[in-house]
Design a protein around this ligand. Structure first.
Ligand SMILES: [Zn+2]
Length: 410
């Protein structure tokens, strides 16, 4: 039984890399939240796979106490990569722990979702140096080396997602939902002497350090199922804020989700919707298709719309980006995904007017930073032996060459 488990999850690595932007912006800002997707394993009985090859979103369960997180108290000491104001051994640990607690509270502080503070069990500590691994326990590691630490990677999150129900990994819960996250581990770079992270308390006196809270809040977004967003201000933007700067503003008691942008909040409401939330029930959907059908890729066949465009909803009264999505596909059971240019932006506040536009993912953020949201929409016999042909597909390459003209509204 154990051996068969390995093929039931896919490992998704999301890396957050150093900001290498030099303040020059070329082209309009591309904008969208996106999610880590997974196609259920339809080779397995329908009772556990659901029988549909339509992609589902990676997500945590939201019942009380369903998310447990431990963090390793083994910190890098040569050099110290986590800077704290309190230098005593116990003071350091409680300061770091406070930062972790606060970063989790940023996400549970968003209104209109079922991801509530009670979803989390109290944070626990482990004295193990390398607790991040495929063991079914969600861990945060500050001194664990990994092959994924290529140059420039500050931190990354490895997520293992169930593609059938009834499975578990190590000490995880047995999956009851497709797309359920079985294990999510957050790794901070321990090896680079030029990379340090500072807690909010130590941050003002550490101008060369990255903000631990900003980086951790971003990684927790991956932990919760997000891929990246191309919104500049979004916490899920693929590039970390430069040393000495933070994402958004610090959380407060009155506004725990302050570091997030509306795009992050909208994404979270789509991922963990609260049926009792009557405000964020707006959905805008449509298709992005080229004026010239010959502009569509010849391979794979069957592509009938623009794939991988950023479809953005802007609040007409404020001009603010409220939410956006990575468009280009739709799916009806039993699947597979159809690359028809379809998009759907959900979780929008009702009673407002929006302008919607599409743009190519060809700015600072590029398609490779959305791998988990784009390349995992299909499975086929090349990637999974014995995959049923009728439910197989091939993900087209992202269309980054189109331009759009917005038609005035009625
Ligand atoms: Zn990231």
């Amino acid at each position: 039984m154990k051996n068969s488990i390995a093929k039931h999850w896919r490992r998704q690595v999301s890396a957050w890399v150093h900001a290498l932007l030099c303040g020059i912006w070329w082209g309009p800002a591309a904008q969208a939240y996106s999610f880590n997707m997974i196609v259920p394993d339809v080779r397995q009985p329908a009772a556990i796979s659901g029988g549909s090859a339509c992609p589902v979103r990676a997500h945590q369960l939201t019942t009380a106490g369903s998310i447990a997180v431990q963090w390793s108290t083994v910190l890098n000491t040569n050099p110290v990569t986590i800077l704290t104001q309190n230098q005593t051994p116990s003071g350091r640990l409680s300061e770091i722990e406070q930062t972790i607690t606060q970063s989790l509270a940023v996400w549970t502080g968003v209104s209109g979702t079922l991801l509530l503070p009670r979803t989390l069990t109290p944070l626990t500590r482990t004295a193990t140096q390398n607790p991040c691994g495929a063991d079914g326990l969600n861990s945060i590691c500050f001194d664990q080396m990994d092959m994924a630490f290529t140059p420039g990677v500050l931190a990354f999150t490895r997520v293992i997602t169930a593609d059938v129900t009834g499975i578990q990994i190590g000490g995880s819960a047995i999956s009851t939902e497709l797309g359920q996250v079985l294990d999510a581990d957050i790794y901070f770079s321990p090896g680079d002497p030029n990379t340090t992270f500072a807690t909010p308390q130590a941050f003002p006196a550490s101008p060369k350090a990255y903000d631990l809270e900003s980086v951790l809040t971003h990684e927790l977004g991956h932990f919760l199922g997000f891929s990246h967003s191309a919104v500049w201000s979004a916490i899920m933007f693929p590039y970390a804020p430069a040393p000495g700067t933070i994402s958004g503003t610090r959380p407060t008691t009155h506004q725990p989700d302050a570091p997030l942008a509306d795009d992050d909040r909208t994404g979270l409401r789509v991922l963990y919707p609260d049926p009792a939330d009557t405000l964020h029930q707006g959905t805008i959907s449509g298709r992005i298709i080229p004026a010239n059908p010959l502009a569509l890729p010849a391979f794979p066949s069957g592509v009938t719309g623009v794939f991988g465009s950023q479809v953005v909803a802007v609040d007409n009264s404020t001009g603010a980006v409220i939410g956006a999505t990575l468009g280009g596909w739709s799916c009806v059971a039993p699947g597979p995904a159809q690359f028809d240019g379809a998009y759907q932006i959900a979780g929008l506040p009702v009673g407002n007017n929006y302008t919607v536009y599409a743009e190519a993912l060809n700015g600072a953020a590029n398609p490779s930073q959305f791998n988990n949201a784009l390349t995992l929409l299909c499975r086929n016999a090349m990637t999974d032996a014995g995959w049923p042909p009728l439910q197989a597909c091939i993900v087209p390459s992202v269309d980054i060459n189109f331009t759009t003209r917005t038609r005035p509204g009625p």
